[in-house]
Design a protein around this ligand. Sequence first.
Ligand SMILES: Cc1ncc(COP(=O)(O)O)c(C=O)c1O
Length: 434
Amino acid sequence: MLNVSERLGEPILDSMHFLNEIVERYPQAISFAPGRPSADLFVVDESLELLRKHAPTILGKPGLATDKALNEIAQYGRTNGIIHHHVARQLLQDEGLTIDPEHLVITNGCQEAMFILLLTLFTPSRDVLVATEPVYQGITAAAKLLGIQTVPICLRADGPDLDELSMAIQALRREGKVPRALYTIPDFDNPSGNTTSLQTRQRLCALARRENMLIFEDSPYRMLRYEGAPPPLLKAIDPEQVVLLGSYSKTLFPGLRIGYLSGDVEVSLSGRVVPLSEVASKAKSLSSINTSPLMQATLAAQLIEKGHRLGAHVAVLADHYRGRRDALLAAMERHFRFPRDSSGVHWNRPEGGFFVTVHVPFEFSMQTMRECAATVDVITVPLSLFAFATAHDRAMRLSFSAVPYDDIDEGVRRLSSFVTSFAARSGSRLGIPA
Ligand SMILES: Cc1ncc(COP(=O)(O)O)c(C=O)c1O
């Protein structure tokens, strides 16, 4: 019998399997588990029509016949993508961010961008990835598969704990290791929902510069803001130190599989200073040759149609998700009537994105998740699934993006009754309902 790589034995891979199994076993349950965008908001038909309409313009050849343009699009294309000019224009219009299009790398979703960064910037025995915890396992599991060490620092309500970050950097240096980059999601983090404050953004960028460490800024939820003004991107604060990772999965639809990385930071290759995009291109060509040009063109057609501004489109999505967030928070207030200070039950109020963290006074494990699904037909995800050093075992992630609006109140009511009875059985005192 052939042995597979030991790296595939990582516990996180089993946890994901377990989670999928529970979701499949209780199809009738009200599920706050999947962090998916709502399919009601996808614009697939329209996008395919726009592809035909704008095919010549996508290529920058407005006079070309549509069939010729489509055939040209369908050919093997430039490794770093064919729609870099369109993405750069959108970033300029929606974010005020100037990135040289030649340095953008269009990837198969943001997930491939992560792999490319890990492959190109890390020597596994020496270079370490620091990541905020609880963490999006897409990055830590990818690092594990590549044999790259990861070190957690705590993500607080206002962003990464910078004292912990400084200490982690010094400790790694003492061991002869190189803290190469910090991975973080400053806007509406997955899983916590937390957003990094302006002050922490500025201090984080200053620290990264002092320590000569890159920051990987993952931004898939950034445009889904439901209140308040957005703080600047880390990339806008320090363009030279930050690699921006972007995705159209949440703003258009995930089946596009289009993301990007900003490859404009300078790196050293055999003693030569080159833009990251140049080395990323080597990894990209081996990982997937290029990102499906048909899907790239489908996205570009939407960008052209919308004048390279997603603001108006995203405002519609934001209305939809804001309604669900507000319904979830109102249901929490209505049904989780335990004293906030003494019960150990509390939750945050995300300003955008898809996720709320709920803390409870007992361990909410995978087993508890199964019991919750079996007894009250509600599925939520233990926060411990997003842990890699600290336990995070008394909290869960509730996603409001894909749950039907009319199920939210009932789902929270049932969850509250489960929390009450589980707390009583486990000896936790929730106090008298307020
Ligand atoms: C924080 C974060 N980064 C990246 C991704 C993957 O995005 P993509 O669909 O662009 O690969 C996700 C998906 O849920 C995510 O939550």
